[in-house]
Design a protein around this ligand. Structure first.
Ligand code: UTP
Length: 300
């Protein structure tokens, strides 16, 4: 295990999944590029990493990597056209993603699971703790989570997962944590983890959500982790190993998140995220809310 106070500066964003729940939209476009109001989901995620002080971002991409790379790169043709028109507002919006962070890319090749995607980051990350932000999971910037997790890692060492209470009937959609309490209401010690358990066998209703702060010891464990559920190399299985044996690089703590989270990998949750965020927007919100009220009252 590295020293608890090793500074965390790198973020890893896995975005190489097949996005099968969103086909056919994701046939030629990564699901992380789907717009949430008027920004692709992935931009919110990179903004969150930067807000937590992580400006070195490694994206794990797959066969449709072009749109992801292009989004965080300059687009001189578009910029020139907007400059000629004197449209400074839109010019700023086009330039913003390319100015956000230092972006790096690595290809996963075969999407063999989230654990395998994280292992692809090993050469870039080296022997330092790092953060992982899933590209289809949005955390509202008004409810900071990652900085709290980094603080726990700096104090306790080991790895930190983000947990959220879910309805017990929904736990089969998530990794689930067995936990022991600590003195702090939002921090638990993770004693075990199981991927997508049957509700009757789930150790708790605490679901693992898409933010992690990991000790580099996870790489050695991932190299030995055999494919699990869905024949994929599961990050949850590697973390279960770390949680179960201090010598392999534990402990694992959990930060229990009670803020706003938007899942953009699932169609229903994606639609709810867009409606919520559109309602809150100063520019679009007033007109959209009026329309929504009318729609719900008169047309449903
Ligand atoms: P998901 O399981 O939600 O993504 O993985 P998926 O496989 O693309 O989705 P469906 O179930 O087929 O619709 C969570 C995150 O991990 C990434 C995904 O891109 C997503 O951001 N991931 C998953 C990888 O980068 N590589 C993988 O092999 C699997």
């Amino acid at each position: 295990m590295t020293q608890p106070n090793s500074r965390i500066s790198k973020a890893v964003v896995p975005a190489a999944g097949l996005g099968t729940r969103f086909l056919p939209a994701t046939k030629a476009t990564p699901k992380e590029m789907l717009p949430v109001v008027d920004k692709p989901a992935i931009q919110y995620v990179v903004e969150e990493a930067v807000a937590a002080g992580l400006s070195d971002v490694l994206m794990i991409t797959g066969r449709n990597k072009r749109p992801l790379e292009d989004h965080f790169d300059r687009n001189y043709e578009l910029e020139e056209a907007l400059a000629r028109k004197g449209d400074a507002r839109r010019l700023g919006q086009v330039q913003e993603p390319s100015d956000l962070a230092t972006m790096h890319y690595v290809r996963q090749g075969d999407p063999r699971g989230l654990g395998h995607a994280v292992l692809c980051a090993a050469p870039h990350v080296g022997d330092q703790p790092f953060a992982v932000l899933l590209g289809d999971d949005l955390i509202d910037p008004r409810d900071p989570l990652l900085s709290r997790m980094i603080g726990i890692r700096e104090r306790e060492g080991g790895s930190v997962v983000a947990l959220m209470e879910v309805d017990p009937s929904q736990i089969h959609r998530y990794g689930c944590a067995a936990v022991a309490s600590t003195g702090e209401p939002d921090v638990v010690r993770v004693t075990g983890l199981v991927e997508k358990p049957d509700p009757s066998e789930a150790p708790s209703n605490l679901a693992v959500i898409g933010r992690y702060v990991l000790d580099p010891a996870v790489f050695a464990v991932l190299r030995e982790t055999r494919p699990g559920l869905g024949d994929e190399i599961q990050l949850t299985d590697a973390l279960a190993e770390l949680a179960g044996d201090e010598r392999t690089g534990g402990p694992v703590h959990g930060v229990v998140f009670r803020g706003r989270r938007y899942d953009t990998g699932d169609r229903g949750a994606y639609l709810r995220a867009i409606v919520r965020l559109a309602c809150e927007r100063e520019d679009l919100g007033p007109e959209f809310r009026d329309w929504l009220r009318h729609y719900v009252n008169e047309e449903m």
